[in-house]
Design a binder for this molecule. Structure first.
Ligand code: C5P
Length: 413
């Protein structure tokens, strides 16, 4: 029987020499009170017998996709859903390629395609196979699908070569699994009533306007709908909410202290005035640059020569507040609106701006995220990326606040 606090892991085992480490992983997972179901590819069975895994997991290893007997006991769909996390270890080049393509020609790949649960892969292969552009392309696809990746490590390989491709060691895989399980329950599945009472939350929202002269400014298409919805959700969760809003045409949310600002520099000052806080969520689309000098008087047309705009960089509010130090809020959340390479840019931003969580969404021509009422985001933490389904901005706000409340409660323990 599954012990209290234990989670259900579906372990898909690919065919590589590193299979022996997967045996040790099963032992470690069970020692941490998790229940493990193992499914092996046909290639994996050339390295280790299903009996070895069944003995360590304490449950039979389902044999094939087309077994009427097993299908009667538990369908492959149920098997893929009846888990908290799916782990693929070792994930061979072939298995990763089949995952990236969405193939479902055996039990392992069918489960991977049918699952609605987070998936974590642990690659293991020869260094040339790992470095091959085809494998790297497949990894990029899997990353974009929200799949978490552990390793591979650099080192001596069973084939005598040296380099990246070696499967991570079982304790490192276990640590990644525990982190992923914790983040998953915080992010996607923690839909219980969040409680932020006793916490001050600072949220930025909307665009900033950077004046060129008294009548003209540089701006962007942000409506403030997402940031304002987050402020409302935080207030509903009992937080003391300080909303620092750029120019928007939305009413101030009820139960929230709203400060209105125009420029990035004013926004930074207002945020700093609101500190200390437990949680900072930077949802504003802050202008990256401002005109070097804002003219005192309206700039007049002079002949046919248009004026040249010279720009300087604005302070980065998120990076300033996220900087490690005594006054830093316990949880710092950023947003990343990108028109291309969403996940790669978002991951880089998470690191560069020292955020604990980053909400990434795709914007661009044809997208109605800026100004619209719905949003499809991928939420990144250090534990990995989690794509959320398309939701209303209100629902994204509620999920985000639930995730933050849960992370804050966890960090206080
Ligand atoms: O670098 P980029 O502007 O894409 O970063 C987006 C994130 O950084 C958002 O959370 C935004 O609110 C924040 N940001 C900021 N100050 C800036 C620029 C961006 O707080 N000057």
């Amino acid at each position: 029987m599954e012990k209290a606090g234990g989670k259900r892991i579906l372990l898909i085992v690919g065919g590589g020499i590193a299979v022996y480490k997967a045996l040790e992983l099963v032992r470690l997972l069970r020692r941490n009170d998790h229940t493990v179901r193992v499914v092996m590819t046909e290639a994996a069975k050339h390295f280790v017998t299903p009996l070895s895994f069944a003995s360590l997991a304490g449950t039979a290893v389902p044999e094939t996709l087309f077994s009427p007997d097993e299908e009667a006991r538990m369908s492959h769909i149920a098997l893929s859903r009846d888990a908290d996390l799916v782990v693929v270890a070792p994930a061979t080049a072939d298995l990763l390629a089949r995952m990236a393509q969405g193939l479902a020609d055996d039990l392992a790949t069918t489960l991977l395609l049918a699952t609605d649960k987070p998936v974590l892969v642990v690659p293991a292969m020869n260094v040339r196979m790992w470095m091959h552009p085809a494998t790297q392309r497949n990894m990029e696809t899997l990353r974009a699908d929200g799949i978490a990746i552990v390793g591979p490590e650099n080192g001596d390989m069973a084939c005598g070569e040296y380099g990246p491709g070696r499967m991570s060691e079982p304790p490192a895989i276990l640590a990644a699994i525990e982190t992923k399980l914790a983040a998953t329950s915080h992010i996607a599945h923690n839909l219980t009533e969040p409680n932020l009472s006793g916490h001050r939350v600072i949220i930025t929202s909307g665009p900033t306007h950077e004046p060129i002269d008294p009548v003209r400014y540089i701006a962007n298409r942000s409506s403030g709908k997402q940031g304002h919805a987050i402020a409302a959700a935080a207030a509903a969760a009992g937080a003391e909410v300080m909303l620092v809003s750029g120019p928007v045409s939305l009413p101030d949310p009820a139960g929230v202290t709203t400060r209105h600002v125009e420029t990035a520099r004013e926004m930074l000052t207002a945020v700093e005035d609101c500190l200390p806080a437990s949680l900072f969520i930077a949802a504003a689309a802050v202008a990256d640059w401002r005109p070097t000098d804002s003219a005192e008087e309206k700039i007049k047309k002079t002949g046919n020569v248009p004026p040249l705009l010279s720009l300087v960089e604005n302070p980065d509010i998120l990076a300033t507040i996220g900087r490690p130090g005594p006054g830093r809020p316990r949880l710092v959340v950023g947003f990343a609106a990108e028109t291309q390479n969403l996940l790669a840019h978002a991951q880089a931003k998470l690191e560069r701006k020292k955020c604990d969580m980053l909400v990434a969404n795709h914007v661009g021509r044809g997208s109605d995220v800026m100004g619209g009422d719905s949003n499809q985001v991928t939420v990144l933490t250090r534990a990995g990326a989690e794509p959320w389904p398309p939701l209303s901005k209100k629902a994204v706000a509620e999920r985000l606040i639930a995730a933050c409340a849960s992370l804050l409660a966890e960090s206080a323990r």
